[in-house]
Ligand binder design. Structure first.
Ligand code: BTN
Length: 240
């Protein structure tokens, strides 16, 4: 782990490594040893990248993988993953104009393909936000594996993109802590990959009609009842 300077990020120290198991795991260990608010861990490659719900996050060289530590106090609504997704999209858009969407609760989508994911982990006063973006899919994997990617970002220094994302994250976290999800609801509606679509959320099936005041997904089932989903895995039933 090498300490580096990231232009545009002065909230906490930044550590870089060519290869780590998981930037979020590494940062959690550092947090246990008293790492400061704003500490960032960035790796070129992860050998055991983690996704939500215990899934693996495939992290070959050529992607952008980093985690940031925020000391937030104990109360933080779970919908911060959505806000973090919005911050990632906002940061990226400052450099490259791309049509990116958020698939509730934590996937970044481009043209219907997942190009990135957010992993928010809260432990007492600590919040670790892990961000993974596919910039390119290695040529030897192209046949077996076809997620989306963001090759346009490769012509920009990764540190610059990270700095933009980190600053937006920090700014949005402050607003979120004061005011919750509501100030972000309109932006989230605009960024939503799911609004209007028919989906299943775990055992429920219905059409996504809105976000609730705390970022929960509201779906209308075939019998007309409205259900609020606070967590779960969403599958889209039909493409437009
Ligand atoms: C998901 O889609 O389920 C979330 C994926 C999050 C991946 C990032 S990459 C950096 C950080 N370190 C990890 O091990 N995971 C997150």
């Amino acid at each position: 782990l090498r300490k580096i300077r990231l232009p545009g990020w002065s909230t906490g120290p930044v550590y870089f490594s060519h290869r780590l198991k998981s930037t979020s795991d590494c940062l959690r260990e550092m947090a246990g040893q008293g790492a400061a608010h704003g500490t960032v861990v960035w790796a070129k490659e992860q050998t055991r990248g983690r996704g939500r719900r215990g899934r693996e996050w495939f992290s070959p060289p050529g992607g952008l993988y980093f985690s940031v530590l925020f000391k937030t106090g104990p109360l933080l609504e779970p919908s911060f993953a959505l806000i973090a997704g919005g911050a990632v999209i906002g940061g990226v858009k400052k450099r490259v104009k791309l049509n990116l969407k958020i698939k509730w609760p934590n996937d970044i989508m481009r043209n219907g393909n997942k190009v990135g994911g957010i992993l928010c982990e809260k432990q007492g006063e600590l919040l670790i936000v892990g961000v993974g973006l596919n910039l390119e899919i290695p040529a030897n994997l192209k046949n077996s594996f076809s997620p989306g990617s963001l090759p346009e970002l490769k012509s920009h220094p990764p540190g610059e993109i990270m700095g933009l994302i980190l600053n937006k994250l920090e700014e949005d976290l402050e607003v979120f802590q004061e005011n919750g999800f509501l100030p972000f609801r309109n932006e989230q509606r605009r960024l939503s990959f799911l609004l209007g679509r028919w989906v299943t959320v775990d055992n429920l099936q219905g059409q996504v009609i809105d976000y609730g005041e705390k970022g929960q997904l509201i779906i209308r089932c075939a019998d007309g009842t409205e259900k609020h989903c606070w967590q779960g895995t969403v599958m889209v039933l039909e493409e437009e």
